[in-house]
Design a protein around this ligand. Structure first.
Ligand SMILES: [Zn+2]
Length: 227
């Protein structure tokens, strides 16, 4: 269920073109080295032969891992502005993929909440958050609170997003600040250890204020920045 193809990609630093073997789809239940690379942030990393820049080519990818009911559609960051249209297609593709599947597979798919991410950095975040057992919608609500409380510190970065990286030894949520366009890591922000408990307590109100985060595939606080 994993497919690879050769595509022409450009170095983001010098625009040099090269051919790269990239996954079109990846079954996380079968190929664990690649899962570890996604978690490490090195999945599909290439070195530009012209300028030496290390980069992860941006491209469409379907990541599935049915043992953990994970189904993530990745698009390039350049598609982010069209998220509303793209996320409507995500659920349809999931249905279509399993319309004719065996009953055991249909059972495995039941309860899968498809995710839509833009860019390799966001795919990495999705798997890191899952490994840390952080519910995606609550994590995004915690980010919304954090952005409001740290506007002064985040403003100089321009249009940006917080991507969860790890829990530190004090249980704080370490987040990288990434640009929306380039996916470059610009800085970092640590959310207090109580951030998740705070949004969990407020979940009834938050799910009314931000219903899309709890029901739609594009689980990202940035949907309210772009909307
Ligand atoms: Zn280059």
């Amino acid at each position: 269920m994993s497919q690879v193809s050769v595509r022409k990609v450009s170095c983001p630093a010098c625009q040099h073109e090269l051919e790269a073997r990239l996954f079109d789809s990846l079954n996380g239940d079968l190929i664990s080295p690649q899962v570890e690379e996604i978690l490490a942030g090195t999945f599909e990393e290439h070195e530009c032969p012209s300028c030496g820049t290390l980069f992860r080519p941006e491209h469409p990818l379907l990541y599935s891992e049915l043992s953990t009911r994970t189904w993530i559609v990745m698009h390039p960051p350049a598609d982010r502005a069209r998220f509303a249209l793209i996320e409507r297609g995500v659920a349809l593709v999931l249905e279509k993929n399993f319309a004719a599947a065996a009953p055991a597979v249909v059972e495995a798919v039941r309860g899968v909440k498809p995710r839509l991410v833009f860019g390799q950095a966001m795919l990495t975040e999705a798997l890191r958050a899952r490994r840390a057992s952080l519910p995606p919608a609550l994590l995004e609500c915690a980010k919304l609170f954090a952005v409001r409380r740290n506007l002064g510190a985040l403003l100089p970065y321009g249009p940006s997003q917080l991507l969860f990286e790890e829990l530190d030894e004090q249980g704080r949520l370490c987040c990288g600040v990434y640009g929306l366009d380039s996916e470059r890591r610009l800085g970092e922000l640590r959310l207090p250890a109580e951030a998740l408990a705070e949004v969990r307590a407020a979940q009834p109100q938050l799910s009314q204020l931000y219903p899309e985060l709890f029901a739609q595939p594009f689980v990202s606080a940035t949907r309210y920045l772009l909307g």
